[in-house]
Design a protein around this ligand. Structure first.
Ligand SMILES: [Zn+2]
Length: 570
């Protein structure tokens, strides 16, 4: 491609609202343009990068026997109602009606629609199957941001496995795990595989592939020593046991005027240290008011509460709901003697005594509370948020908490969708069973943004050869000079002949502008052709990543570049 004929609208300044580096550079480099909040057009360079990522994915998917399909993005609402997710997913789903007033949905994901196809699988002989597609999804994100990292419309590779038993699902899951490892490594992403919450997808097990990045929104707890890693929505740690002092026979009420928070009670005279307090939270789970108890210095992870309770939706109770449930305001809440409300307590409160908690009377608290004796806990759960420096659950080394971008997620779904949508098969004896499913996703645009986040410097992007929109840029220093432009054209032709993707910067611009643009758009190799070098039969060959350059014989430049690129293509 000749730059003079290309649409590569580079910009000097960052977009006003951009925070993430990938967002700034992809807009400035002319890769993407925002249409509206959470919605981006891919310009030619952006499309080239995405196509390469898609092709790597396609190759690795086909290598594990997956077959490519393409399903509609416009779905009948009725199918989503049958699976229960019409209500479960809530405002994240774009919904519309057609002219006959039929409910429709834009694809949030495709478990339901692929399962409908799997209804045609009747016999164990037809299984296993793995189907995939690379296609658009829509999610009405509450806060779209960070450029392509959190958007409302995006292209995704999603695949689905169909097996006869759990062992088959394990195999399909493991094959995807290996394929994902290869895909991310080939496109230049260093990923961590972490235990994750399955969220609204359901199923028994899920693993996220995460890239460390300050632009990320997911918090991961990771152990350098043994490799344990989990999303904080799922992570656990080992805490030192707390010795409780002797506890009186009955809780003792005491006045705590002005005490509103755990912290207030710590500093209040006659109060209690945070780890000696019980934090009482009031939540509404699928319409039911419940109490959630944690140690005073611990924080609740709402996703853990959702996962453990099996609820679809939760929110913290408002002031009025709290008062109606417990007869006091936040600040004096407790679970002692409470009946009629379900009580969930975090494991780290189990066995504790001589604790302090609210008395359900404004301005009063209770000392000498024994969890086993005084509170009717319905379920003991892991609900607390793991903190930096706590001990790894596997090896006791200190856990580190870091920000990451989720680039892939694989789920063992089990029979949730096959049962509700009627996808079953007959075994060798003729007995019918629901098909066992897995689902597996990679967001293409987010992968591009993650590669951009991980590969840049002050001057711009630095694409790995495997995803670069062009592999070499030939910069013509003085396009008006016939000898120079002819020499550049010969190198350009030779590279194209060799199958190298090359961009010829033949624009009538100053060399400084061309070099700046070349660095900004991040082409891995640059060959600079100018009259000065040509006078000695030389051109300059430079690597973008480290700026390393060498003078090459003008006749050998194309061969040299070809060799370097083929080595890195993988
Ligand atoms: Zn460890």
């Amino acid at each position: 491609m000749r730059w003079s004929e290309a649409f590569i609208p580079t910009l000097r300044d960052d977009p006003a609202d951009a925070e993430a580096v990938s967002h700034k550079l992809l807009v400035r480099g002319g890769y993407v343009r925002q249409l509206m909040s959470g919605s981006y057009s891919k310009l030619p360079l952006g499309k080239r990068v995405c196509r390469k990522i898609e092709n790597v994915i396609r190759q690795e998917m086909e290598r594990i026997g997956a077959q490519e399909c393409e399903l509609p993005t416009l779905h009948p609402g009725e199918v989503w109602k049958r699976s229960g997710r019409w209500d479960l997913i809530g405002p994240e789903m774009f919904r519309l009606t057609d002219r006959r007033d039929t409910d429709l949905a834009l694809a949030v994901t495709h478990e339901e629609i692929f399962t409908l196809l799997a209804v045609e699988l009747r016999s164990w002989r037809q299984l296993p199957q793995v189907w995939f597609q690379i296609q658009s999804k829509f999610r009405d994100e509450p806060r779209p941001k960070s450029g392509l990292l959190r958007v409302r419309e995006f292209v995704m590779k999603d695949s689905y496995s169909f097996d006869v038993d759990e062992e088959g699902l394990d195999r399909s899951f493991q094959r995807h795990f290996e394929a994902y490892r290869k895909i991310f490594s080939r496109i230049g992403l260093e990923t961590m595989a972490v235990e994750a919450s399955s969220g609204s997808m359901g199923g028994s097990e899920s693993i996220e592939f995460m890239v460390r990045s300050d632009a990320g929104e997911d918090l991961i707890a990771a152990c350098e020593t043994c490799g344990y890693a989990a999303n904080v929505e799922k992570a656990v740690s080992r805490l030192p046991a707390v010795e409780d002092p002797a506890c009186e026979d009955v809780p003792e009420k005491f006045a705590t005027p002005g005490v509103r928070t755990i912290e207030d009670l710590v500093t209040f005279e006659g109060g209690a240290a945070a780890e000696r307090q019980i934090k009482t939270l009031v939540y509404v789970l699928d319409g039911e008011t419940v109490l959630v108890l944690l140690r005073g210095d611990h924080d609740l992870v709402e996703q853990k509460l959702l996962d453990c309770s099996g609820a679809n939706e939760l929110h913290a109770a408002g002031d009025e709901e709290i008062r109606a449930a417990l007869g006091a305001g936040a600040g004096s809440l407790g679970a002692v003697g409470v009946s009629g409300l379900k009580i969930y307590a975090d494991e780290h409160l189990r066995g504790r005594s001589a604790m302090t908690t609210g008395a359900n009377e404004d301005g009063f608290h209770l000392h000498n509370v024994d969890l086993a004796r005084d509170i009717a806990v319905d379920e003991w759960l892991d609900l607390r948020e793991v903190k930096e420096g706590e001990a790894c659950p596997l090896c006791d080394a200190a856990l580190a908490i870091g920000k990451t971008i989720e680039v892939g997620h694989i789920f063992k779904l089990g029979t949730k969708y096959s049962e509700t949508l009627g996808a079953s098969f007959q075994d060798e004896e003729g007995a019918s069973h629901p098909i066992i499913m897995g689902s597996y996703g990679i967001g293409i645009g987010r992968a591009m943004a993650a590669v951009a986040e991980a590969n840049n410097d002050a001057n711009g992007l630095i694409w790995p050869v495997t995803v670069a929109p062009f592999e070499v840029i030939v910069s013509v220093v003085k396009p008006g000079d016939v000898e120079t432009s002819e020499a550049a054209a010969r190198i350009y032709d030779a590279l194209r002949e060799a199958g190298i993707e090359v961009l010829l910067d033949d624009r009538d611009e100053r060399p400084g502008v061309k070099f700046k643009d070349a660095d900004l758009i991040g082409i891995p190799y640059r060959i600079t052709v100018g009259p000065k070098g040509l006078a000695e039969g030389k051109v300059d060959f430079q690597r973008r990543r480290d700026g390393e350059s060498r003078q090459l014989d003008v006749h050998k430049a194309a061969d040299w570049a070809t060799e370097s690129i083929l080595e890195e293509r993988r």
